[in-house]
Design a protein around this ligand. Structure first.
Ligand code: SF4
Ligand code: SF4
Length: 151
């Protein structure tokens, strides 16, 4: 490995499949965006995020309260793995896994660069204080919750 590559942070030096478990986990900035319900229109294939959060999301920490479970608790819960990297285009554009999979840089508010887990919240990237929980929304109201701050 060249000296220049050696000096790179692990997420730029390695491919996603080369990351250790801890490195993989540390890439998540805990924004909570991937735990928002999405609406897909069958005729166009367009997908939009809503501000409706999965019932297992902790609104304050923006982390999954059941993350340690190996089986997904909800049908559209997508647990990420390096093997799925080609499909990461569905993730929010700010998601570190998508950025790394696409060979792009992490954003400066990412905890691996800021060393501050609160920076993702201060930067207005996380879903903290911006969501409603799914139990409080009926099916016919879902479209009213489409948002433009996640894409
Ligand atoms: S969108 Fe990406 S970075 Fe944000 S919580 Fe989900 S997996 Fe983690
Ligand atoms: S169950 Fe899945 S979608 Fe729901 S909060 Fe946990 S990780 Fe997110």
């Amino acid at each position: 490995m060249s000296q220049q590559k050696n000096n790179l942070p692990f997420w730029e030096k390695k491919s996603l499949s080369e990351l250790s478990k801890d490195e993989w986990e540390s890439l998540c900035d805990c924004c909570g965006r991937c735990c928002l319900r999405k609406v897909e229109y069958e005729d166009t294939g367009d997908v939009y995020y809503t501000d409706i959060a999965c019932k297992y999301l902790d609104e304050k920490s923006c982390k999954c309260r059941e993350y340690q479970r190996s089986d997904p608790l909800v049908s559209d819960c997508l647990r990420l793995s390096p093997e799925d990297a080609k499909g990461f285009f569905w993730l929010p554009k700010t998601c570190a896994y998508r950025l790394v999979a696409e060979g792009r840089k992490l954003e400066k508010w990412h905890v691996l660069l800021s060393f501050d887990p609160e920076s993702v919240h201060r930067a207005g990237i996380s879903v903290r204080n911006r969501v409603v929980m799914e139990e409080s929304v009926s099916e016919d109201e879902v479209e009213d919750h489409i948002i433009d701050w996640v894409s």
